[in-house]
Design a protein around this ligand. Structure first.
Ligand code: A3P
Length: 290
């Protein structure tokens, strides 16, 4: 896969704030062109490099036929076509979204292109992923949260292992081509995180412009924004499940973990944080400390 110096990557473990970051990055690099952003869905503005669950679903033998409205067929084609095919034909600058870990991306990527990586508290990630896999017709998880958690922590959920993914990007966090962000930083201080991101791309905006962008990115507006949502997939999502843009909270995991899961998770996180040296801004690495 060819890497170009003008490529811009947004890389994450799924459910870590990818969509939110994609919109922020795209707007910062496109002179805050809200009209253009509104006219093009993120699936048209970014090429997704990696495994397309939809692509697998549409090809799997015996998979139920995913039916799309006529006007949504083009967007659907966009999400099932392998990213590397779309990349070759794309003009610069190419905006690329990926859930692949760094080790599965081209080795010259970090020296050549710019990467914004976003990490999120794994407890909130697992809850969000659970809801997402219940919403999706594939893999269409139908069990309860505890079952999902047990699979996640044992690396039996598609996209895991979680910590290995973060670690590879974390190790590159001081590279000038890497901006390493946390979902919790976006939540706690969006304006400052936007400023850091703008600086990373050598862009300058006034406080007034940043304040407008904060408002645009606020989840209460974001969830009604058709050009960032996956509303065009509404007909194939499992009815009654929580939406793609869901709660957008820090610490929502507390409503899902029982005492047994909490203890197991604390032990898992303490071990992995020690092994990897990753430091989250929201909690001390002694995760048992309240
Ligand atoms: P929750 O399920 O915890 O609500 P991704 O884009 O990587 O799939 O991440 C999805 C998560 O980001 C979901 O988390 C979603 O609600 C949250 N999210 C999306 N847009 C957001 C926004 N503007 N502000 C805060 N969180 C947002």
């Amino acid at each position: 896969m060819e890497v170009r110096a003008t490529d811009i990557y947004v890389a994450t473990f799924p459910r870590s704030g990818t969509t939110w970051t994609q919109e922020m990055v795209w707007l910062l690099l496109n002179d805050l062109d809200y009209a253009k952003a509104a006219s093009l869905n993120l699936v048209d503005r970014y090429i997704n490099v990696g495994i397309s669950i939809w692509g697998l679903a549409s090809r799997a033998k015996g998979a139920k036929i995913l039916k799309f409205k006529e006007e949504d067929k083009r967007k659907y084609k966009q999400i099932i076509t392998p990213g590397c095919e779309l990349l070759a034909a794309a003009s610069d600058p190419r905006f690329i979204k990926t859930h692949l870990p760094m080790c599965m991306l081209p080795p010259n990527l970090i020296e050549t292109a710019k990467i914004v990586y976003v990490a999120r508290d794994p407890r909130d990630v697992v809850v969000s992923l659970y809801h997402f896999y219940r919403l999706m017709p594939v893999p269409q998880f139908t069990g309860d949260f505890k079952t999902f958690w047990n699979m996640f922590v044992r690396d039996n959920v598609i996209r895991t292992p979680y910590f290995a993914h973060i670690k590879e990007a974390w190790e590159l966090r001081n590279h000038p081509n890497m901006l390493f962000l946390f979902y919790e930083e976006l939540k706690n201080d969006l304006s400052n995180t936007i400023k850091r991101t703008a600086k990373f791309f050598n862009k300058e905006y006034t406080d007034e412009q940043i304040s407008v962008l904060c408002n645009h990115l606020n989840i209460n507006n974001f969830r009604h924004n058709d050009s960032v949502s996956l509303n065009f997939l509404a007909d194939v999502f499992i009815p009654g499940e929580e939406p793609f843009i869901r709660k957008g909270k820090v610490g929502g995991w507390r409503d899902y973990f029982d005492d047994e899961m909490t203890v197991e998770c604390e032990q898992w996180m303490a071990k992995k944080l020690k092994e990897t040296g990753i430091q989250f801004p929201v909690f001390s690495n002694d995760v048992t400390k309240k």
